[in-house]
Structure formats: structure tokens, C-alpha cells
Write a protein that binds this ligand. Structure first.
Ligand code: HEM
Ligand code: ISQ
Length: 147
């Protein structure tokens, strides 16, 4: 993903922080997401129609983990395998995701990284995740346009 060794190390370290308590951070991720853009809730079957983000919901955790894992893997090894990218792009088109949504998810993801890193958070860590997310987002957005 074009990161420096130092940036990769930062992302790896915060990945460990995230996975230490993923049930909590996945809840935090979705809570940030619906706070920033409430209508986005209706895109996710397990959030649709509910007034609050559910706690201890395995489906919610699994989805949030997929996003983080994919972004993490891109950071440490990039690029995403083509069939995966095609499938991913088509899922997002089918669910009604549009370009503007990507900025919202970015904001929520960076806030979640910050929450999990705690005192270890730094501007450099933030930049490393932001660069990585942007790389994945561009790949998915291009995939979506190609459908
Ligand atoms: C589904 C990743 C951006 C909304 C998924 C899945 C993955 C994923 C891995 C599951 C696909 C499957 O099960 O086959 C990502 C990544 C993103 C991203 C890495 C950005 C870099 C977005 C954005 C939105 C969004 C911007 C809009 C808010 C959804 C929805 C689903 C989904 C609604 C389907 C959920 C369901 O039906 O259970 N995404 N996504 N995603 N994504 Fe994303
Ligand atoms: C985007 N795609 C799939 C799952 C997600 C979970 C939380 C925030 C964004 C997401």
C-alpha cells in the first residue's frame, strides 16, 4: 500500500490493540458511523429500523472485522486479489453504497483506531491508517465504477 516500514509497524501495533477487544471496538465503529451519518444505518440489515446500535451482535462484529482485516492486510501486503475486489465491489453496488459513504466510513474507522490505540495514538499512526484506507477505498470505488 506504499507505506514506509515505520508506518507498517504502527498499523501492526494498533491492529493488536483493536483485536484485543474487538466486540467493544466494532460497537464503537458502528456507533461512530451512525452518529456521523444516520441514514447509513438502513444499509445494514442488522441495524435497519433499530434506534440503537445493538451490543454483542455477532453479525455486526463480523462485518466490522472484515473491514478492518481487509484494510490491515492491504497495509501489510497489498494489493487485494482481483476476484475478491470484484465481489466486494458488486456487494457494495447492490447494497446501494455511493462514493460519499466512503468518507463517512473513513472518519468512523480513524476514530475507532484512535479509541483502540489510546495513549499510543499519534498523528503518524492516523496518517498510516488514512493512507491505507484510501488505497482500499480507491480500489473498491474503481471496481464499483467498472460494473
Ligand atoms: C459489505 C468491506 C466501504 C457498506 C462489506 C463486506 C466487506 C466490506 C468485506 C462483506 C462482503 C461480503 O460479505 O461478501 C468494506 C471496505 C470498505 C467498505 C474494506 C472501505 C474501504 C463501505 C462503505 C459502505 C459500506 C463506504 C457504506 C456505508 C456495506 C454494506 C455491506 C458491506 C451495506 C453489506 C452488509 C450486509 O448486507 O450484511 N463491506 N466496505 N461499505 N459494506 Fe462495506
Ligand atoms: C463497511 N462495510 C462493511 C462493514 C462495515 C462495518 C462498519 C463500518 C463500515 C463497514
Amino acid at each position: 500500500a506504499g507505506l514506509s516500514d515505520k508506518e507498517v509497524a504502527l498499523v501492526k501495533s494498533s491492529w493488536e490493540d483493536l483485536t484485543k477487544n474487538f466486540p467493544e471496538y466494532s460497537f464503537y465503529f458502528f456507533t461512530q458511523l451512525v452518529q456521523i451519518a444516520p441514514p447509513v444505518k438502513d444499509l445494514f440489515p442488522f441495524l435497519k429500523g433499530s434506534s440503537e446500535v445493538p451490543k454483542n451482535n455477532p453479525q455486526l462484529e463480523a462485518q466490522a472485522l472484515k473491514v478492518f482485516k481487509l484494510t490491515f492486510e492491504f497495509a501489510i501486503g497489498g494489493p487485494i486479489a482481483d476476484p475478491t475486489l470484484k465481489q466486494l465491489s458488486s456487494v457494495h453496488v447492490q447494497k446501494g453504497v455511493v462514493e460519499a459513504h466512503f468518507e463517512v466510513v473513513k472518519e468512523a474507522l480513524l476514530k475507532t483506531v484512535k479509541e483502540a490505540a489510546g495513549a499510543k495514538w499519534s498523528e503518524d499512526l492516523n496518517i498510516a491508517w488514512a493512507k491505507t484506507y484510501d488505497g482500499v477505498a480507491v480500489a473498491i470505488k474503481n471496481g464499483m465504477k467498472a460494473i
